[in-house]
Design a protein around this ligand. Structure first.
Ligand code: DCT
Ligand code: MG
Length: 399
């Protein structure tokens, strides 16, 4: 993925993190740093590519197409291209000929046409057009900020804004707290988190949990549980030994991180979980368990292999995005399965449950529509068993 990483985040990160209005000192300072100290690339979208030959892998091409459909809120074609990219990812080697492409599953007409063009000519006119499209470049830039989704990015683009400094200089734009932190720590949180850094974050939270109660359990999930070397954040589940006892856990962990002076941002969402509600068939909807989206200050001294820092960054710390979710113990297995991902694997598993087994699966529960009952599970394997599937390890769920 192409991302810009302004080297100014070290200066920015020294600013106080306050929930303040656009005209405050904080914003004046943020604008100053963004406009004058950070690299000049921030003034114009750095992704602008000339409409010339772009060498792309099939997978990259499909991801560009999927993202472009996502920006236009066209879910069907977006998912079709995401699935096609996943199919390619799951193959032992790259598809290099039309013959090899013939028998691949899950490819629609449009996908096949793009694939054929790339395999024949080494390029795709449609993908190149998207990559050189100003709207696509700007939406990609804006959505790379933590807290800015496609809708906000579109709104900013429609107002004629094309760069971060233009957004920050626009007095009528009110950034929420998450977006303020997104800009403030942009350089750090757009740089990948290493496995060693994820482990260090896990240890910090684990120590906090242990000091609160001996019977809580912390589990690393997301891409790192699937064995990935790098991720964009650290996903963790914390749960108590008995259902109900998890209730104050997150708030207490947040307090502890605050006291240690390492909490750079926190958005806490209380649980809205309702045990009687049927699982949602929409994957994109977030689950209802208590959770928090954090940015933590990670000291280099806590990371075995040292920080994964940008070149020339002399700080001995970096900011890391952390998601923490806290389900009741009797729903832990569903949360673990859901949060382990990958997103495509989860979509396919839910689709399989619904279409092949008449069951509804999400991060909370599994409901059997034939028996009209919820099925219980204490391990992921129990869920695979209910679905009549052979258990597969997290590292096999990377597609
Ligand atoms: N997830 C979910 N419901 C959503 C979105 C995501 O259950 N609406 C799950 C799927 C993966 C998991 O949460 C963690 O999400 P990410 O951190 O986005 O995915 P990842 O695989 O950990 O990717 P990365 O390595 O980039 O962090
Ligand atoms: Mg993750």
């Amino acid at each position: 993925r192409r991302r810009i990483s302004p080297s100014g985040s070290s200066h920015l990160a020294r600013l106080p993190l306050l929930s303040v209005s656009h005209h405050s000192l904080f914003f004046k300072a943020l604008q100053f740093f963004m406009c004058h100290i950070c690299c000049s690339r921030l003034r114009c979208p750095p992704l602008r590519l000339p409409p010339v030959f772009v060498l792309l892998s099939l997978q990259d091409a499909f991801e560009v197409l999927a993202e472009n459909y996502e920006f236009s809120e066209m879910e069907g074609p977006c998912l079709a291209f995401r699935r096609a990219a996943s199919v390619l990812k799951s193959l032992p080697s790259a598809v290099e000929s039309l013959r090899a492409a013939q028998d691949l599953p899950c490819l629609g007409e449009h996908t096949k046409a793009v694939m054929e063009e790339i395999l024949r000519c080494g390029r795709s006119f449609e993908v190149e057009k998207i990559l050189s499209d100003e709207r696509f470049q700007t939406l990609k830039l804006f959505t790379s900020v933590f807290g800015v989704g496609p809708k906000t990015a579109e709104k900013w683009h429609r107002r004629g804004l094309r760069s971060f400094s233009e957004v920050l200089a626009e007095p009528s734009i009110h950034l929420n707290r998450m977006q303020q932190s997104g800009f403030l720590h942009y350089g750090d949180i757009s740089r990948a988190v290493s496995k060693a850094e994820a482990r260090a974050v896990g240890n910090i939270i684990d120590e906090a949990v242990r000091a609160i109660t001996p019977d809580a359990m912390l589990t690393l999930t997301g891409g790192f549980r699937r064995g990935k070397e790098f991720g964009h954040d650290v996903d963790l589940i914390v749960t108590a030994a008995e259902p109900g006892r998890e209730q104050n856990l997150l708030s207490e962990i947040i307090d502890s991180l605050k006291k240690q002076g390492i909490l750079l941002f926190c958005e806490y969402q209380a649980s809205t979980f309702d045990t009687t509600k049927l699982p949602s068939h929409r994957f994109e909807a977030m689950d209802h368990f208590a959770k928090c989206f954090l940015i933590l200050r990670l000291e280099g001294s806590r990371v075995d292999e040292g920080l994964h820092s940008a070149e020339g960054d002399s700080r001995n710390w970096r900011a890391v995005r952390v998601d923490l979710v806290s389900p009741p113990a009797d729903h832990f297995a569903f949360t673990l399965l859901g949060w382990t991902g990958s997103r495509q694997f989860e979509r396919d598993l839910r689709r399989f449950a619904r279409l092949e087994r008449r069951m509804l699966l999400d991060n909370h529960a599994l409901f059997d529509k034939t028996k009209k009952e919820f099925l219980t599970a204490t391990t992921e394997k129990d869920i695979f068993d209910h679905l009549g599937l052979e258990y597969i390890e997290p590292w096999q769920r990377n597609a």
